[in-house]
Design a protein around this ligand. Structure first.
Ligand SMILES: CC(C)(COP(=O)(O)OP(=O)(O)OC[C@H]1O[C@@H](n2cnc3c(N)ncnc32)[C@H](O)[C@@H]1OP(=O)(O)O)[C@@H](O)C(=O)NCCC(=O)NCCS
Length: 163
């Protein structure tokens, strides 16, 4: 069967169930190489925060990548300069989906005349962010429900694209 082209569009409220399933599946199967069972459980329990998830599509700039009518990745930009959520479907890793989403996120930040992008990046996503020009500012220990997780505060300076 011919694969449909990947489309990138803005996220909407009725995407939330599929986004949350993708998030849980990806963290459980892809991030378990870098985080233990307890850490994964605490991380995925983030879906219980209904308001936070509604906010990512109503208050943030959210992009959804879709192929064959299925959501295969999503990324969100808060306040024009902070990459909040960034997840690709567990069965669609290393197909360039995050790269496409990232390009559109950076374009939006530049459109808003932002000079830097920052994110709190998981161990799993670190190499992806580095390959897109981000540098580690600090390694940090984040405590959620009494469980510690390591991630990285990363940043990228957005210079003039033509230089
Ligand atoms: C990080 C993530 C979003 C990357 O998505 P992806 O669609 O697989 O990434 P891409 O295919 O666009 O990768 C682009 C480039 O990034 C780099 N890269 C991405 N994943 C990598 C990995 N696991 N190891 C090494 N390099 C990697 C490579 O240079 C890659 O290019 P290549 O495939 O030609 O070598 C995805 O792995 C993911 O969902 N991870 C788990 C969730 C997560 O931790 N999210 C971030 C929360 S901050």
């Amino acid at each position: 069967m011919k694969q449909e082209q990947l489309i990138v569009r803005q996220g909407q409220l009725d995407d939330l169930p599929e986004l949350q399933k993708l998030f849980v599946d990806t963290v459980t199967t892809i991030c378990n190489a870098d985080y233990d069972q307890q850490q994964i459980e605490v991380w995925t329990s983030g879906i219980d925060n209904k308001q936070r998830w509604e906010d990512i599509v109503t208050k943030q700039f959210s992009l959804v990548a879709q192929q064959d009518n299925k959501i295969v990745g999503f990324a969100t930009l808060d306040n024009g300069n902070y990459i909040d959520l960034f997840y690709v479907h567990k069965d669609h890793q290393r197909q360039g989906i995050a790269g496409k989403l990232y390009a559109d996120i950076e374009t939006e930040a530049r459109r808003l005349k932002q000079t830097t992008l920052t994110s709190d990046v998981s161990k799993t996503a670190r190499l992806f962010f580095e390959s897109n020009g981000f540098k580690i500012l600090t390694e940090q220990i984040v405590s959620k429900k009494g469980i510690d997780l390591i991630n990285y505060k990363m940043t990228k300076t957005l210079g003039c694209p033509n230089i």
